[in-house]
Design a protein around this ligand. Structure first.
Ligand code: SF4
Length: 481
């Protein structure tokens, strides 16, 4: 994948924005058209707004475990076909691929695209998988410009947040189930060959990619037919040998190393079976190989309950090493940040915001890494807001009658007949009794008389009714700026 310069991105964005404003962006067709979240997301894209909200079904294809071929790693519901029952070309030309292309052209996320919709809705634009496909080129016909391979789960680690599906060691030692080899074999490599020459990127997941034999066969086929293709993989950093060093010299490898803590004890607890010093040593070797081939290395981190306060330190470490950071979203019970209490989430947001102010922004890499932390912070802030609203709702334990509410508020209006009339009209539209929390009651009691009179005099009945209904629904008054 190409890393555009900062300036090039800026020019591209400005051009696209201008063009979209000319084309009346609000008229975008589709099921979720013009929702503020989608609109903001469109403008956050490095390549600028684009009516196709995700290019994955056009430009990429994902070979998953058990022969399932799907649009991306998050969409495991909308399959294109199953290998080897269907050949690679039948899968790439499947009606389901076409169907998803059409849906995402219309911002319709209902065919298994929940993950991206949720990331966009919560403002974590950098965490939306969809944006990873924006920078890829479009090929003619059914040819993808990217292939992602998750062919086998052979792995030497038993990471605490992982499961047997992704690690043969966990399958054996934690889940006590037998390892089942996947259906992918040499025939797959033959069927892939016509498509490999058109690839811009090939990504390899695991398991641990360097421990999976068929990967070496596909890498050889890529290096023969298309040596310019970027080979991207996510490694746990435990394996590095002469065979790997030689491969890195021959191809355009782009390596992501998983690091979730910089504290030896914590790292080895999270990444069970790994040795911290060994992984750091291998990281240096990958960085050195990346420098020679002209490709950046990234560190991929899983922000979890266990390491949440280490995230800014990991980002500083990435800046020092001149590597990109990438944050995964962990949904596993016991690790998922969304399980934190309201107070813990709020503290975390404040901690990240404080760190954001101290992080450097003097080059592209630092600015890009900071953007990822900002995006993560925004996502956690949204989770906090949702949890707080839920929490506040539960605190609604008192009942207030319409008459009591009228008595409380009319006492603030003194002798102001016009405002008193408006208040009666509004109160009469409310239910006979309402549920209210202590927090809300205090809020009403603390409204200053002159401010309340001003609001009653300067808003029409419809607006005042909206304000009061919003208050009972959301525990606070709406922001009317
Ligand atoms: S919208 Fe997200 S989940 Fe759906 S295909 Fe694109 S990247 Fe995958």
């Amino acid at each position: 994948m190409t890393f555009y310069s900062d300036t090039y991105h800026k020019i591209l964005r400005i051009q696209r924005r201008w063009l979209w404003n000319q084309l009346k962006f609000p008229l975008l067709p589709g099921k979720y058209k013009n929702t503020p979240a989608i609109r903001k997301y469109m403008f956050s894209r490095a390549t600028g707004p684009d009516p196709v909200v995700c290019h994955a079904p056009y430009r990429s294809v994902y070979f998953g475990f058990n022969g399932n071929v799907q649009p991306c790693c998050f969409n495991r519901e909308h399959l294109y076909g199953k290998y080897p029952e269907k050949s690679v070309s039948e899968i790439l030309e499947s009606p389901n691929r076409k169907k998803l292309q059409h849906a995402l052209q219309n911002q319709d996320f209902t065919y298994g695209c929940k993950h991206c919709y949720n990331q966009i809705k919560t403002g974590n634009y950098e965490g939306a998988e969809a944006r990873l496909y924006d920078g890829l080129k479009s090929n003619e016909k059914w040819y993808p410009s990217e292939m992602i391979f998750e062919l086998d789960n052979t792995c030497n680690l038993e990471c605490i947040m992982c499961e047997g599906r992704f690690s043969s060691a966990i399958l054996k030692n934690r889940e006590h189930k037998p390892y089942k080899p996947g259906p992918y074999n040499e025939k797959l490599v033959e069927q892939l060959k016509p498509y490999l020459s058109k690839l811009e990127v090939a990504k390899f997941m695991g398991g641990e990619p360097f421990l999976i034999n068929i990967h070496y066969k596909i890498w050889d086929a890529i290096l023969e037919t298309n040596p310019r293709c970027v080979i991207n993989l996510q490694t746990n950093g435990t394996v590095f040998n002469d065979k790997i060093a030689n491969l890195l010299k021959r191809g355009h490898f782009q390596i992501g190393v998983s690091i979730d803590s910089l504290q030896k004890d914590k790292f080895e607890t999270i990444r069970k079976n790994a040795v911290f010093e060994k992984v750091l040593d291998n990281l240096e070797k990958f960085i050195a190989a990346g420098k020679k081939s002209g490709h950046h290395i990234n560190i991929s981190t899983c922000p979890m309950q266990q390491n949440r306060y280490e995230i800014p330190d990991i980002l500083r470490f990435c800046n020092d090493k001149n590597v990109f950071v990438y944050f995964n979203t962990v949904y596993t019970d016991g690790f998922d940040l969304r399980e934190l209490s309201c107070k813990e989430l709020e503290e975390l947001v404040l901690y990240y915001r404080k760190s954001i102010n101290t992080l450097p922004t003097s080059n592209y890499l630092q600015r890009r890494n900071l953007k990822f932390l900002k995006s993560l912070t925004s996502q956690i802030h949204t989770w906090w807001q949702e949890k707080k609203a839920e929490h506040d709702k539960r605190l609604k334990t008192k009942t207030i009658t319409r008459n009591d509410l009228h008595a409380l508020l009319s006492g603030k209006l003194n002798d102001n007949p016009n405002a008193q009339d408006k208040l009666v009209t509004i109160i009469n539209t409310l239910p006979e009794t309402l549920l209210i929390s202590d927090h809300q009651l205090n809020h009403l009691n603390n409204i200053k008389d002159d401010e309340f009179i001003w609001e009653m005099e300067n808003n029409d009945i419809k607006t005042l009714r909206y304000i009061i209904e919003y208050f009972f629904e959301n525990q606070t008054f709406p922001d009317m700026q």
